[in-house]
Design a binder for this molecule. Sequence first.
Ligand code: GTP
Ligand code: MG
Length: 416
Amino acid sequence: TPADGDTQKENNIRCLTTSGHFGFECLPNQLVTRSIRQGFTFNILCVGETGIGKSTLIDTLFNTNLKDNKSSHFYSSVGLRIQTYELQESSVQLKLTVVETVGYGDQMNKEASHQPIVDYIDAQFEAYLHEELKIQRSLSEYHDSRVHVCLYFISPTGHSLKSLDLLTMKNLDSKVNIIPLIAKADTVSKNDIQMFKRKIMSELISNGIRIYQFPTDDETTAQTNSSVNGLLPFAVVGSTDVVKVGKRMVRGRHYPWGVLQVENENHCDFIKLRDMLLCTNMENLKEKTHTQHYECYRYQKLQKMGFTDVGPDNQPVSFQEIFQAKRQEFYDQCQREEEELKQKFVQQVKEKEATFKAAEKELQDKLEHLKVIQQEEIKKLEGEKKQLEGEIIDFYKVKAASEALQTQLSASAKKD
Ligand code: GTP
Ligand code: MG
């Protein structure tokens, strides 16, 4: 029902102040119900040197004690260990995938250390894009494996970032939300930690590395998030041990001089990290992965395949037009290649024919030459034969004459 306060807005859309109950105020509840029914997925990538405390921190985050096998320091290249868990907190189901680097920082030449990580992230984007482009797609059941956050473990040197840290983060910052962590922060003193944090932040800025910023555009979280942004990188401590403090049992690390309580905000930033990651900003991390990092991948990939939204004349071009143009282009190319192949074949056949002909002619010439030689030979032999026959006739003549003479002589001798 149009009410008194109707206002005319641009584009002829009227804002109506409604009276009465319609029911669409329940829409958020429907979304909550559906989300709970579907369950949630969250994918964490842990990048850090061997033995820096990746598995322990994940165990501490989810209060598990998975006792991950320790990696060797002698792998020739960086690998990834992928594990998926089903977790439940009250009625909310979470499918959690944790990807940890294996052998990171152990190679003599570390130039290619980031490549397997980049390849993994891209492969997950590619799989999602593949599903999206299918004719019969099922994105609602699709297990989204895109990496929502990268926890980057910095060695607690108290000094500065290593070139490996800078190189890897530089290669990852456009593909994933990076949250830098100072690992094993219990090994650095309180003052040193503050200086180390400042040093790391200034190095990240001077190298143009963009890390994830907790969003400050939502009123409810703006204040906490902006104060937490100032705490980055988080100085964290992990532990799967439970120690006794007073009468309470807490997660912590026991030292000769006292106990470090992981969940004590005066001891380290673990609680801040857990709250920010799991409680306040998980949805934002997922959204940013989809709208920023995946979008960037998708844009570059489709552009590389020749798709565009506007033509050379700045007029919008439809997907179908581009597809048809591409298909025609492909068809033309196929035809061109076929034609080229045909021509090449004909040329080759001609060349072969010419060589065969030349060989045949050579043989023919040789044959003729042999024939001539043979005829000459025959002639010569015939001449010799004639001469021999003449000689034979002469011989017989002489023989007959000598026989006649013989008989004459013997007859005259008898007479005497
Ligand atoms: P790989 O998977 O083998 O690369 O190691 P990782 O990074 O998963 O390290 P892991 O969690 O296995 O921890 C290695 C060792 O460091 C264990 O002995 C842990 O007890 C110890 N550790 C883990 N976190 C901390 C920490 O915050 N402070 C200290 N002091 N030690 C820690
Ligand atoms: Mg591990």
